[in-house]
Write a protein that binds this ligand. Sequence first.
Ligand SMILES: Nc1ncnc2c1ncn2[C@@H]1O[C@H](COP(=O)(O)OP(=O)(O)OP(=O)(O)O)[C@@H](O)[C@H]1O
Ligand SMILES: [Mg+2]
Length: 217
Amino acid sequence: MSPTGLFITLEGGEGSGKSTQIRRLAGFLEKQGHAVIVTREPGGTPEAEKIRNLLVQRDGGDWTPLTECLLLFAARVMHVETLIKPALAAGKIVISDRFTDSTRAYQSYGHGVDRDVIEKLNTLTLGDFKPDVTFILDVEVEEGLARAGKRLARDESSEDKYELLGPSFHQRLRDGYLAIAAREPGRCHVVNANGTLDEVTDAIEHIMAEVVKAHAV
Ligand SMILES: Nc1ncnc2c1ncn2[C@@H]1O[C@H](COP(=O)(O)OP(=O)(O)OP(=O)(O)O)[C@@H](O)[C@H]1O
Ligand SMILES: [Mg+2]
């Protein structure tokens, strides 16, 4: 557990509802009087956002899965040292849209990088720093991709590299996330994200209320 603040991450495949639910969760916690910082990965600082563009833009480059891992951890260590840890030390709640579990899911379960390599990079760059609480939004692959497609059409974003990968990649991601959650049941809460936005919000808020009590923040 972080010494003072609380570090929360939301994880899940494309279109599982992370960004939408983070906005709602931040509002829920702010209403209770908490100071909340919302951030995202890859990115979260100006330098790390530059690395994000290399990784998620359609024309960002044709990185191998291992070089993607190195870029992701380079961005992550910057994010943790300059934004997340100082905010936690100031007693804030930090909510990140993705974190190391995304590297585990996408680069290892999705693209086949050895799990042990990712854990070594994690330890090398972050030591034993990790989220206090992680929500894994679990949605049917088809439903998630359909939602992500609608969001992309609306945003006119070119951050669509992963949406363009086939359904078998996304099924490996989903299975990977469930395996990650099974290995760390104390930290990871799997939330059924197939329901309506309000149903998913209710499930997250229910767990969050317990977590806030347990961490005494
Ligand atoms: N439970 C839900 N039911 C219906 N639509 C949803 C639900 N959750 C999210 N959406 C819609 O699906 C789209 C994708 O949601 P959102 O951007 O929150 O997902 P995300 O997990 O952040 O996706 P990405 O990984 O692509 O960033 C949005 O248009 C959002 O309004
Ligand atoms: Mg999002």
